[in-house]
Design a protein around this ligand. Structure first.
Ligand SMILES: [Mg+2]
Length: 187
């Protein structure tokens, strides 16, 4: 039997931008809670033009990226995956891979875990599906239901729902609330 190939999203799965989002939102005049900072939830909380500015700052500012910590358990989870010899790919929709890389370097994940060969930056959710299929990914972990919904060619879709936002979803996926929880499903 071939071994499980894993695919990972970056923001909200590996990098935790929650505090930066709350701070930037406050600078723009809005108070949001950690669960409202989640990428799909925020769409219903802030006006679109505010979200556009917030995203540009969060994902386009190197300094802000360098202060974002890792999601709790991500480092240990990646170490565990590697110790078991499982293949693992990063597929992100970040528009500026250089800034993404800087954050991974700062957190000692690049080039230790991720590098040019196993990291991919694509534009749309549909492109994640195409890339996942090409890489033969058997399980993909993402924090956005709106993205996971598009990954129709991934046999096992995992939703990282750290803030318990998405209890009522109906599409075919497994909801986890932590890295430990995710690992307990796949290992
Ligand atoms: Mg994400």
């Amino acid at each position: 039997m071939s071994r499980l190939v894993l695919g990972l999203d970056m923001d909200g799965v590996i990098l935790d931008n929650t505090v930066s989002k709350i701070r930037v939102a406050r600078d723009l005049g809005f108070n949001i809670s950690p669960n409202e900072a989640q990428s799909d939830v925020i769409e219903g909380v802030l006006p679109k033009e505010v979200i556009d500015v917030l995203r540009e700052r969060i994902y386009g500012d190197t300094a802000l990226n360098l202060v974002s910590p890792l999601v709790k358990g991500a480092q240990q989870g990646l170490a565990k995956i590697r110790s078991l010899g499982l293949e693992c790919f990063l597929i992100s929709r970040r528009r500026n891979p250089a800034i993404a890389r800087a954050a991974l370097i700062k957190n000692r994940l690049w080039p230790d875990y991720f590098n040019e060969a196993n990291s991919f930056f694509v534009e749309h959710a549909e492109d994640k599906n195409i890339k996942a299929k090409e890489l033969n990914i058997g399980a993909y972990l993402d924090d956005q239901p709106s993205v996971l919904e598009k990954l129709n060619d991934v046999p096992n879709r995992f939703l990282m729902d750290r803030f318990d936002n998405f209890g009522g979803l109906t599409f075919d996926h497994i909801r986890v609330n932590s890295w430990d929880n995710f690992l307990s499903h796949i290992l």
